[in-house]
Each structure stands twice: as C-alpha cells, then as structure tokens.
Design a protein. Structure first.
Length: 284
C-alpha cells in the first residue's frame, strides 16, 4: 500500500493536471484510495486546507498569472476559465485570497503577499530518479536585467524585462531563448544578498534604456542537463537530486559558474503542470 504522503501528492498532481475538469470529492478520494470522509481529513492534515479550497486556490493561481501577464485577456474570460459563475464571484474569491481585486492585481500585483498564500508544503516521497545528460552549451550573447533583493519580488523584475522586450523588439520572446540565472539558493540566502538575472538571447547591441537591461553572455562549455517538467515551485527537487545523488557518483566537478534555467515555455502559454524547463549545471 502506498504511504499517505504519496497518495495525497498523487491527488495534488492530478489537480494540477486537470484544472479544467470537474474535480469532485468522490473523484479525489478515489485517486487517493480513501473513503471520501476519511480522505477529507487526511488532505486537510497534510495541506492545512480542504481539497475544495486547494482546488480553488490553484485555479486562482493560474488566474493571477493570466491577469499579470496577459493584458489583452478579459477578466470575465479569466473568471470563467477558473470555473466561477460570474465575474463578481471571481472578484470576491480573488480579493479574499490575495487581498487585491483582479483589476488591482492586474495594475500592480503585490507579489510578496501573493507568495504567502502558497506557503504550504507537500513533503516529497520515495526515491527520485531523473535523467541527467552531458551536453555542450554554446556561449550565448544575452540581454539581461539583474534582480537584487527578495526572491518573492522576482516577478516584478521579470515584468520589466518583458516590457523592455515588447518596447524594443530586440529579444523577441517567440524567436529568442529565455534564461534565468540564480546566483545562490533563495532558501538559504538573505533577501538583500539575493540576485537573479532574467535573460534573453540577442544578436545586436543594447541602447541605454530606462529598464536597466544590460548586455552580457552565458559562457559555453560542458554541462549536465536535467529537463524539469511541471511547476517551477518544484525546481528544487531536480536541483537537489543533482547535487545529492548524481554529482557525487558521477566523477564530475562543477565549474565556477552558477547553474541556469532555460525556459522552453511560459506560464501564460500553458498550464503550470505543462511547463518545461531545462536546468544546466556547468561542469569542468
């Protein structure tokens, strides 16, 4: 029999992958192989919220990305996608959850407060196995903007980079690669010491600009590569696997260069469970 944490994690993963489906209590309890009455109590114990609230929260999470990054998408359409009967019901639930109305969030998202709503943990379980490939990464000329400060406000900096891309057309999101470079682990770094570069490949020069976008490069060379599929919230599972399991047994050594992420798609294009991110670990 599977352990309780595995069964609850299976339910959460199912929810992430079926946000547009009817997610009934009977269906969720069947996936967990619990009585629906017992399941409700176990789920609450593991997540500190009811399964109904969890489903609504994850739908509102997707809706918040729609609001912040898809300015041309109408709020009524976002509300219907989140399975609310009316924009009014959606607005009440959104404000109750994030303390901003949808229109306020669209205008000026309060990302630190937003992050706090997802401060719950589903404990990892079992033995994690991932494919690690050795590849050669070609040096990439990039435009980048450096985020310095709390990890919870990285998305504010990302919005500036998106605006620069749209204003200048110098690193089109459709034809250029997008990277993220964390210079330390956000979980163990003091907020005022944390840096994260948001980058896009470029071919020409970068004029002076109001956004603080600069020109730079990601050095090429030998790298280990893990393809991470799913939420960015779980990227650490792949990273910790690499450092705890793969690297000690591989005989390889890391270069003095931070790991970096290549985002193959984006939260405003696909559901969170369908995100694909390549993680590069520079090797000697």
């Amino acid at each position: 029999m599977n352990s309780y944490d595995e069964r609850i994690s299976n339910v959460c993963e199912y929810i992430y992958q079926h946000l547009d489906d009817e997610l009934s209590l009977d269906k969720m309890s069947d996936i967990a192989a619990f009585s629906k009455y017992h399941f409700h109590r176990v789920f609450l114990a593991y997540t500190n919220m009811s399964v109904t609230k969890f489903i609504q929260l994850i739908r509102l999470k997707r809706a918040s990305f729609r609001l912040a990054f898809e300015a041309d998408k109408r709020i009524i359409d976002i509300a219907l996608e989140a399975r609310f009967d009316s924009p009014e019901a959606f607005s009440r639930a959104f404000k109750r959850t994030f303390e901003q109305s949808p229109s306020e969030f669209r205008l000026e998202p309060k990302w630190p407060e937003w992050y706090m709503r997802f401060d719950f943990k589903i404990q990892p379980y079992g033995e994690i196995k991932m494919n690690v490939d050795i590849v050669h990464f070609d040096t990439a000329k990039i435009a980048f903007i450096a985020h310095k400060g709390s990890p919870e406000t990285v998305l504010e900096t990302a919005a500036k980079f998106i605006a620069w891309r749209k204003d200048t057309g110098l690193s089109p999101v459709k034809t250029s690669k997008t990277f993220g470079i964390p210079y330390s682990d956000p979980q163990i770094t003091e907020p005022d010491q944390f840096r994260w570069d948001i980058c896009g490949t470029i071919t020409g020069d970068i004029p002076d600009n109001k956004y603080g976008v600069q020109i730079g490069e990601i050095k090429g060379g030998k790298c280990a590569l893990i393809r991470h599929e799913g939420s960015h919230d779980k990227l650490n599972q792949s990273i910790y696997y690499f450092f705890r399991e793969w690297l000690p047994q591989s005989g390889e050594e890391m270069r003095e260069q931070p790991l970096f992420f290549h985002y193959l798609n984006f939260i405003f294009e696909v559901d969170e469970c369908d995100l694909i991110t390549d993680i590069y670990f520079p090797l000697k």
